[in-house]
Design a protein around this ligand. Structure first.
Ligand code: NAD
Length: 502
């Protein structure tokens, strides 16, 4: 039985004797025990991070970048090992896990340009012989709380920009996927990251609360379900910390009458059922614009794509979709499917029928792709985030009605449209109330130089991840005004009045 502890001050830290069982979702068997940190764990990590901040914050950005370059190399060398750890603890397929490591590496590559990203502003001669420059300073000890669905990508997205900016960072991964981040911390140490710059604490709410209430933590970022990250955001800002948190989603796509049915259906099926729908950018709602005939043509094609999806262990290269994360999560989704049936929606494809032939995996948490049609916006399968392989399909007569549905939804993470019409796609990009938009792209996770983050109840805080916004979030500005050592006092001007620029 593998034991997963904490990683504090450059090494594994064994602290109390409290552990939680962790299951392999593919087999349903308990495969490890995960340490459950407490206040003492938080205090120990914070004091290590505070100490490391003294030196790390003063280390030249180019020297920090050299460590990140080495780290990038190590991530690439270990991509298969990382993917295997992810698949074993999360369940997603190896190919999907490798893809998520790559999207993490892109952020590290971006952070390697930190000397450039941190460049300040300079204004010469704003008044006679006076210059002003603005510098950006790191905040101090920052903390991040991760979700289960991206065991490495999200922790990297949260921690690496903070570290590149000169902060030290404490990450609390999801207790459902604690192993990948431990390996990540080891790789960072191997790359030359000084002890204490990244600490990992495993645990649940008591650790999160310990971080939120610790006076020496200056910023808290989190990714998770909306109620949890709203709580984290509000508690952090009430405790006078900076905070940015990213929550749940209900991502819609519109399939316009001019869209190519085969292409749109293939894309929708992949985006709805990839990673078993356990992605914050998964497509969970398809709105077909057009009459019943058009609707049926589209849903039949989506259904035939979904029926080809092979469900099984993520380690099996024949699988397209792995299990769900836990038995509880599987049961929650089964509850939604039952609620959809009871509410009168048409269960066109029932994923509950799935059979896993290999006896080794018979107790895994598997569910096949499910599709509901004739869905109304007041049904819970539409209004709530399911976070599983369930696609709901709505039919409307025109584009404007489809747009209204999306804009009335409480979530605003991503949305997509399939069309050849430039006017419609341009209008959609401008008018839809989501933070990320795809035009003929089903999962519009933007490239790292552009902001990642939702609107409405999908994110809390003013700044997004990635791009210049994450640099802004993890640094504070200081403007310095520089004048000559000896000032000539002008006639009729007293040093007691408000200085003006002339
Ligand atoms: P979750 O909210 O259950 O847990 C997230 C983190 O918060 C975990 O580390 C967990 O230990 C901690 N936590 C749980 N309950 C807590 C509480 N009461 N107080 C304090 N901390 C608590 O989320 P999850 O199930 O791990 O992840 C899935 C959710 O994350 C989905 O809603 C998904 O949409 C969302 N997500 C969002 C994004 C995004 O960028 N918007 C990305 C990935 C996942």
């Amino acid at each position: 039985m593998e034991i997963v502890d904490h990683y504090i001050n450059g090494k594994i830290a064994k602290l109390n004797n409290k552990y939680l069982d962790h299951c392999n979702p593919a087999t349903g068997e308990v495969c490890s025990k995960v340490a459950m940190g407490d206040q003492e764990t938080v205090d120990m990590a914070v004091s290590s991070s505070l100490k490391a901040f003294e030196t790390w914050s003063k280390t030249a950005p180019i020297k920090r970048a050299r460590i990140l370059l080495k780290f990038t190399e190590l991530l690439n060398q270990n991509i298969n090992k990382l993917a295997e750890i992810i698949t074993l603890e999360h369940g997603k397929t190896l190919a999907d896990a490798r893809g998520s490591v790559s999207r993490g590496i892109e952020v590290v590559e971006h952070c390697c340009g930190i000397a450039n990203l941190l460049q300040g502003k300079f204004s010469n001669n704003v008044s006679t012989d006076i210059d002003v420059y603005t510098i950006r300073k790191p905040l101090g000890v920052c903390a991040g709380i991760g979700p289960f669905n991206f065991p490495i990508m999200v922790p990297v997205w949260l921690a690496l920009p903070a570290i590149a900016c000169g902060n030290t960072f404490i990450i609390k991964p999801s207790e459902k996927v604690p192993k990948t981040v431990m390996f990540l911390a080891e790789l960072l140490t191997t790359a030359g990251l000084p002890a204490g710059v990244l600490n990992v604490i495993n645990g649940q709410k008591p650790v999160v609360d310990g971080l939120l209430n610790h006076p020496d933590i200056k910023a808290v970022s989190a990714v998770g379900s909306t109620p949890v990250v709203e709580y984290i955001y509000k508690t952090a800002i009430n405790n006078n910390k900076r905070s940015q948190t990213f929550g749940g989603a209900k991502n819609h796509c519109i399939i316009m009458p001019d869209a190519d049915v085969a292409n749109a259906s293939e894309q929708v099926s992949g985006a709805a059922f990839g990673a078993a729908g356990e992605r914050c950018m998964a497509l969970s709602v398809a709105i077909v614009v057009g009459d019943r005939e058009r609707h049926d043509a589209v849903v039949n094609k989506i259904q035939s794509c979904a029926k080809k999806i092979k469900v099984g262990s993520g380690l099996d290269s024949n699988s397209d979709m792995g299990p769900l994360i836990t038995k509880d999560h599987l049961n929650k989704i089964l509850g939604y499917i039952e609620a959809g049936v009871q509410a009168g929606a048409n269960l066109l494809l029932d994923g509950r029928d799935i059979e896993i032939s290999d006896p080794k995996y018979k107790n895994g948490f598997y569910l096949g792709p499910s599709i509901f049609t004739d869905v109304k916006t007041d049904m819970t399968i539409y209004s709530e985030e399911i976070f599983g392989p369930v696609l709901v399909v709505l039919q409307v007569d025109d584009y404007q009605s489809a747009l209204e549905i999306i804009n009335n939804n409480m979530y605003g993470n991503g949305s997509s449209i399939f069309t050849n019409d430039l006017n419609i796609s341009r209008n959609f990009a401008n008018e839809v109330t989501t933070g990320m938009v795809g035009i003929n792209i089903p999962i519009p996770v933007p490239f790292v130089t552009h902001s990642f983050g939702g609107w409405k109840h999908s994110a809390f805080g003013d700044l997004a991840m990635h791009s210049a916004e994450s640099i802004q979030f993890y640094t504070k500005a200081k403007s310095v005004t520089v004048g000559p050592a000896k000032v000539q006092v002008k006639q009729n001007q007293s040093s007691m009045t408000m200085p003006i620029h002339d």
